[in-house]
Write a protein that binds this ligand. Structure first.
Ligand code: HEC
Ligand code: HEC
Ligand code: HEC
Ligand code: HEC
Length: 368
């Protein structure tokens, strides 16, 4: 008798757990997004939205500092990016960086040897210098994506030296290592059935990012031909990679597919929402940043900060968005930090010359 009841209880508990996996507890809210009659609607969970509000509060900016007085490059020994700021502006930005990036990890000391601030002995300072350049570069060159809103260190870091997403998971990616079960009877599984958080734990290739966010493989699924053509890229594998990326994009923005697409015709641009165009630029921006800034930092990092294939941590949509359709719900911090809005004009070349062999090789490898 007792055992039977126990089994029955177990079955009920099992069913509840199964349902919980694929079903969100009501109430959820529906908001129309596309034209009437297209069925394009967003489903929001009010409980998630409450959690999101705290994550997207903007910290109060320190009062603006005067531009007058001696310049940082005249006073300090080793400034390569921020030399044209006044010492007061420079100090204000350092103090802000300490609260944006490393408030619970030592503040200034996370990047500096306190005995000698000019020294570049910590890798974190070298990375931070490149991050300063990247932030300026994004705001100056990728307005098609970030608009006037722009980004600061806080957009990605939110008080953590290693960016986290809305669920506290790492908000950057590495190339997937070799699969646990290579080849064998199952053949090449391409990371399938090794569920990865970044693609919603779906049975999709667990790392589509090397192809699309470092390499420039075509994100196309729908074939233009009735019959399979030779060398067609619109094969099942390309479809799986594409869906992996799309699930990452939806989760990162906290939206459904039809925030961008009319799901009766995923490929059709005229039927898509304007946000799909912003997303298209977003993909190109992330690709550009990974190739120009993140991946080339490989030699700077400690070995245990590199991925299983020895690559540096790289960006994707979750790095900035963290579950919000616009990072920080579109509030701009950049207006209080104009020094981050364009490259400094110190007369030095800020960006390495064209043609970075390491990144090029990876592109080729990823496209294969
Ligand atoms: C996230 C990393 C980071 C944090 C945190 C940080 N700094 Fe810096 N700091 C840098 C970088 C990068 C430079 C070099 C900037 C350049 O090349 O233009 C620098 C340069 C300096 C310099 C110039 C030293 C010289 O003589 O060349 C001083 C002074 C300084 N920081 C003070 C501070 C203070 C004080 C704090 C804490 C309130 C702080 N920094 C927090 C990264 C950081
Ligand atoms: C577009 C997103 C983005 C922006 C903007 C950004 N960072 Fe980063 N940052 C990252 C990512 C991704 C990493 C890699 C995480 C890691 O090191 O494991 C990183 C790494 C770092 C690290 C090394 C942390 C470590 O412990 O390995 C420092 C320091 C840093 N950033 C400072 C800054 C500063 C200062 C700014 C603003 C000037 C800034 N970042 C702007 C995304 C960003
Ligand atoms: C934030 C906007 C956005 C969201 C959300 C989004 N997509 Fe996409 N999708 C795009 C963009 C942009 C492209 C085209 C990418 C390119 O050409 O570089 C695309 C391409 C596609 C394609 C390829 C179409 C073709 O031409 O063959 C499919 C299929 C697709 N998405 C399905 C989905 C699915 C399924 C979801 C939900 C899981 C989704 N998308 C969510 C923006 C989005
Ligand atoms: C460097 C930080 C950053 C990264 C990385 C990033 N975004 Fe954005 N994104 C922004 C900012 C900032 C805005 C807000 C621009 C504005 O105010 O109009 C934005 C806006 C958008 C919008 C417009 C939303 C709307 O309702 O108008 C879409 C769609 C979008 N991003 C998609 C993506 C996708 C997809 C990716 C990954 C391929 C991505 N973003 C990566 C910073 C980023």
């Amino acid at each position: 008798m007792k055992i039977q009841r126990f089994v029955r209880l177990g079955l009920v508990a099992g069913a509840v757990m199964l349902l919980a996996g694929c079903w969100e507890r009501p109430p959820v809210e529906m908001v129309q997004h596309g034209y009437r009659g297209t069925g394009m609607a967003q489903v929001y969970n009010p409980r998630t939205l409450v959690k999101q509000q705290d994550l997207n509060k903007v910290p109060v900016a320190l009062p603006a500092a005067p531009a007058e007085g001696p310049k940082a490059k005249e006073i300090y020994k080793n400034v390569q990016v921020l030399g044209d700021l006044s010492v007061a502006q420079f100090t204000r930005l350092m103090a802000s960086m300490a609260t944006w990036v490393s408030p619970n990890d030592g503040g200034c000391v996370y990047c500096h040897n306190p005995a000698n601030f000019a020294e570049d002995s910590k890798y974190t300072k070298v990375v931070a210098r490149r991050m300063l350049q990247m932030t300026q570069y994004i705001n100056a060159n990728w307005q098609q994506h970030v608009a006037e809103t722009g980004v600061t260190c806080y957009t990605c870091h939110r008080g953590h030296p290693k960016p986290q997403d809305q669920n506290g998971q790492m908000a950057y990616w590495y190339a997937a290592g070799d699969p646990a079960h290579k080849g064998g009877m199952l053949g090449w599984r391409d990371g399938q059935n090794e569920p990865a958080y970044s693609v919603g734990a779906a049975s999709l290739p667990n790392e589509p990012f090397s192809r699309f966010l470092l390499g420039d493989s075509n994100i196309r699924v729908q074939s233009q031909h009735a019959l399979p053509m030779a060398k067609s890229t619109q094969d099942i594998k390309a479809t799986e990679w594409t869906y992996g990326l799309m699930i990452h994009m939806s989760k990162s923005l906290g939206v459904n597919c039809d925030y961008c697409h009319n799901s009766r015709a995923f490929s059709s641009w005229p039927q898509s929402a304007p946000q799909r165009v912003t997303a298209w630029y977003g993909i190109r921006m992330v690709r550009n940043l990974n190739n120009e800034f993140l991946d080339p930092l490989k030699p700077v990092y400690d070995a245990d900060d590199l991925g299983p294939k020895g690559d540096a941590p790289k960006l994707f949509c979750a790095t900035c968005h963290k579950g919000a359709y616009k990072p920080l719900y579109g509030q701009s911090m950049l207006k209080d930090f104009p020094e981050l809005s364009k490259p400094s004009t110190d007369g030095k070349p800020l960006y390495p010359a064209e043609g970075k062999p390491a990144a090029e090789e990876q592109k080729v490898a990823a496209a294969q």
